[in-house]
Design a protein around this ligand. Structure first.
Ligand code: SAM
Length: 314
């Protein structure tokens, strides 16, 4: 008797689920699959990577404080692990002796690996699509220093010729060259002004129409040596350009000339530019009205425009 009741209940649930429109039911299953498996994939991959670091740390212990350090051949005999793995784990630890320095690298790699696996399985790990870009109104008034870091739209999902990591479009909405040209930047620029424009190597030739559309002429550039590399299609990329473009005439107000190559280790936040460059611009043009385009945080002394910064609070 009891058994029959239980069976009836299950059938009812199945029927209730079946009553859902097919699309909703499929979406529901997809979401469950994504929610459960994505976390597991990511977590497992992260654990494997951290495990490699831990094995490197353990191997390092064998080398510490001994007069004649063991060879990998000896370690291979001792542990039954192959020579290449032992060396790779050891090198990994030597590169990141501090666990906290390695963690963000491991997280990024685990994320990128998981995304690749899910892309091949035709399942997108992100449950929510990034919102469609919204272009806020440009600020009122005219500015004579413009500092811009556009959200370049890469043809593939990799950037700066990089084959590692995720594309910019996974982090924020991106814009085509035409969309960037179409922004009415020239309306907010004084007759005599300077534009500092961040550009990655793949966009070096493509950015010229933008400079022109905004009313500027290219004059010179800084090179940011980011120290940390990204693997590229043609080389190992560790630099970005900051182009100096002029409208009318607008020479720096400070006599000191800055080194054209600036070596500053890049942070692990996607696209983040070092504050040192902003400080350099402020020193070059202390008496100016400054506008940052595509900025992400409010800064004293600057009008910051972008879809991630809350201008209401200015
Ligand atoms: C390359 S990032 C800027 C990074 C910034 N310079 C930093 O150091 O953190 C580009 C920014 O432009 C924003 N963006 C994308 N599309 C936009 C649009 N249509 N209008 C305004 N901002 C946009 C992105 O959301 C992102 O915050």
């Amino acid at each position: 008797m009891k058994k029959t009741k239980k069976k009836k209940k299950t059938t009812q649930i199945v029927k209730a689920v079946r009553r859902l429109p097919l699309k909703d039911r499929l979406d529901e299953i997809d979401n469950e699959v994504k929610e459960k498996t994505f976390d597991n994939f990511y977590g497992s991959r992260l654990r494997i990577l951290i495990g490699k670091w831990e094995k490197g740390e353990a191997i390092s212990g064998e080398f510490r404080g001994v007069n004649s350090p063991p060879s990998y051949r000896q370690l291979k005999k001792q542990t039954g692990r192959d020579h290449t793995s032992l060396k790779t784990w050891h090198m990994l630890y030597k590169k990141y002796p501090n666990r906290n320095d390695y963690l963000p690298i491991a997280e990024e790699e685990a994320q990128s690996w998981t995304n690749k696996v899910f892309a091949n399985a035709k399942v997108t790990p992100e449950l929510e699509e990034p919102e469609t870009p919204e272009t806020p109104e440009l600020p009122e008034g005219k500015f004579n220093v413009i500092y811009a870091d556009p959200p370049w739209k890469y043809a593939d999902t990799c950037e700066a010729g990089a084959i590692q990591g995720k594309g910019a479009d996974k982090h924020y909405p991106v814009m085509s060259i035409q969309e960037l040209c179409d922004l009415s930047i020239s309306d907010v620029v004084c007759d005599n002004a300077v534009l500092f424009l961040w550009v990655t190597s793949p966009f070096l030739s493509a950015c010229w129409p933008i400079i022109e559309a905004w009313g500027f002429e290219y004059k010179s550039s800084f090179v940011w040596n980011k120290v940390r590399h990204n693997m590229g299609h043609y080389n190992s990329v560790r630099h970005e350009f900051l182009l100096i473009c002029i409208k009318g005439s607008f020479m720096p107000q400070d006599k000191k000339l800055n080194n054209s190559v600036q070596t500053i280790k890049r942070s692990l936040r996607h696209s983040e530019k070092p504050e040192e460059f902003r400080k350099m611009i402020e020193t070059m043009y202390p008496k100016s009205k400054k506008l940052e385009l595509f900025g992400r945080k409010k800064v004293t002394g600057w009008k910051v425009w972008g879809n991630e910064v809350d201008n209401e609070l200015d």
